[in-house]
Design a protein around this ligand. Structure first.
Ligand code: NAP
Ligand code: COA
Length: 276
């Protein structure tokens, strides 16, 4: 066997920071990195959610750290990253996954509603990465942004998310160019419809909507947080040491077309014009 053959995805001793890591997909990612032995820091707005997540992650026998901070606030985010790096060491894997979403037709969306999602998803990702760079292990660190099918597929009732996540994908590619020479890889993952999450509960709240989603996924099932976490662990590992600037779906094939079609049907009742 050649000496550069990589046998495992063992991440013992690595430091992983997950912005938005206290629920849903991002929590699943944090837990799977902890299962693989990494020490984890999480950031989200709610101190209660941060505390519960830190306690949960410590159950895996790793070091865990949490900070309550809004990704829209650059200074607070920088402080969260600084204290995490102080507690755990230089960051090997920086994951940006905080997001907001609510389905609403553009003509019923206030400018502030559009701004709130763009600020969380896109500006928030810029803040996490811009503030996080100084704390990354260089060379060797890996950045993973959590994107969405809406970044590639125009989707009715999702103008804010489509615009924000398309920006996240371009930020991914741009920073891969700028940071590659420092030995920092920057990639993104597009989760498909993930079961039991806040995001899919908001987008497909009824049994009929769920069935429509399932039938529009080529692999004919909802995904799990682990489906996404597996791809993140691959991207963070030496197996992906020559991979940067990619936006990789973990979606059962949903971005091939099903996502936009499905949201068109589910979102149709929300397209009534605004009164007045
Ligand atoms: P979720 O459970 O609502 O998780 C969102 C996380 O972000 C929470 O930890 C939340 O905690 C945090 N957060 C929200 N706003 C924040 C802010 N302003 N500052 C800091 N933290 C903030 O969502 P999810 O459905 O699992 O989605 C997770 C990610 O996957 C998102 O990036 C989403 O766009 C993407 N995605 C999801 C799906 C899906 O099927 N659910 C599909 C495609 C892509 P606090 O409330 O404590 O702030
Ligand atoms: N339909 C239309 N507009 C809505 C809305 C909805 N369902 N929910 C919120 N808004 C509007 C508000 O009315 C407000 O606009 P206005 O000032 O013109 O009235 C604007 O969006 C901001 O709302 P606010 O509640 O102040 O924002 P926030 O910063 O406290 O919360 C959200 C951000 C709205 C994205 C909130 O849903 C959230 O915290 N989401 C995180 C969890 C999540 O969305 N998970 C799924 C991830 S994919």
């Amino acid at each position: 066997m050649s000496s550069d053959f990589i046998e495992t995805l063992d991440l013992r001793g690595k430091v992983v920071f997950v912005a938005g890591g206290t629920s849903g997909i991002n929590l699943g990612i944090a837990e799977d990195f902890a299962r693989a032995g990494a020490n984890i820091a999480v950031q989200s707005r709610s101190q209660d959610k941060v505390d519960a997540t830190v306690a949960d992650l410590k159950e895996f026998g790793v070091a865990a750290f949490g900070a309550a901070a809004d990704v829209r606030d650059y200074a607070a985010t920088e402080e969260a990253l600084a204290t995490a790096a102080d507690a755990l060491g230089p960051i090997d894997v920086l994951i940006s996954g905080a997001a907001g979403n609510f389905p609403v037709a553009a003509l019923n969306m206030s400018a502030n509603a559009f701004k709130s999602v763009v600020d969380i998803d896109l500006l928030g990702t810029f803040n996490v990465l811009r503030a996080g760079y100084q704390f990354l292990r260089r060379p060797g660190a890996s950045v993973i942004n959590i994107s969405a099918p809406q970044s590639e597929l125009p989707t009715i009732t999702q103008a804010h998310v489509c615009a924000a996540k398309a920006g996240v994908d371009m930020l991914t590619r741009t920073l891969a160019l700028e940071w590659g020479p420092s030995g920092v890889r920057v990639n993104a993952v597009i989760p498909g419809p993930i079961d039991g999450t806040e995001g899919m509960t908001r987008l497909a709240p009824t049994d009929e909507a769920r069935e429509l989603v399932t039938s529009s996924v080529p692999l004919r099932r909802y995904g799990t947080p682990r489906d996404v976490a597996n791809v993140c662990r691959f991207l963070a590992s030496p197996l992906a040491s020559y991979v940067t600037g990619v936006v990789l779906p973990a979606d059962g094939g949903w971005v091939l077309g099903g996502a936009a079609q499905t949201m068109g049907v589910i979102g149709a009742p929300l397209m009534e014009p605004k009164q007045g």
